[in-house]
Design a protein around this ligand. Sequence first.
Ligand code: HEM
Length: 220
Amino acid sequence: MTAKRPQPPTAPLAVRYFFYIVALALLVLPLIAWLENALPFYQAGGNLGFLLLQLPARLFALIGFVLMFFQFILGTRLPLWEKVVARAQNLKRHRTIGKIGFFLILLHGLMILIHDYISAGQLLFDTWRIVGIIALVLLIVAVIAAWFFRPLKLSRKAWRTIHLPAYVVFPLGFFHARALGTELATSPALDIQLLILFGIYCVILVYRIYVTLREKFASS
Ligand code: HEM
């Protein structure tokens, strides 16, 4: 069977700009929620560890999480989305956004761990921190698979298998954030935003499983 050629995007330019504005709004809302909470602390001064580690780590987590959501839209071959942006462009952005999102989430985890260590004199391992650590380890595995796909000469199947944990990181991060996040606890609008993103993620996941099963049955 010959692979289907990707179709050029057919949606009008206005639709594309609409999605860019939505994407920007999804990044701005967490920033506003964070500023509302963080600015009074920066104005008052005080504990440097909190100001330089904990607060920025929270912002990095929120922005990184939204970028992870974009990753699913860009990385999953959604026919509807490919009408808006060409597949090649989606994949190019998937790689760039993936790197930025990964570094932000990595920084988030490390800065929180360092802050815990400085403020409590030890690393803290409560349930939701452990969920965060598991999510981070899985993310590292998925990112390594993506970055070293060519140098390691991984087969497509091996690459897919190692990249798959990325799908688990998002729900783990979501429940971890709802359990621990200050901005999520204090901004209902942000909480609703993340709930909507999680809902869309679930729909994409079901679609992805359906496509995989269909391909499997078609080839057997
Ligand atoms: C070493 C790994 C991790 C540790 C120790 C950790 C720890 C924490 C802690 C303690 C908080 C609460 C901060 C606060 O509001 O005071 C938090 C929030 C958060 N974490 Fe993590 N985390 C880790 C990994 C992750 C990963 C992998 C993700 C995403 C996939 C993530 C996403 C978030 C988000 C979105 C928030 C909410 C921020 C807010 O509402 O202010 N975390 N994390």
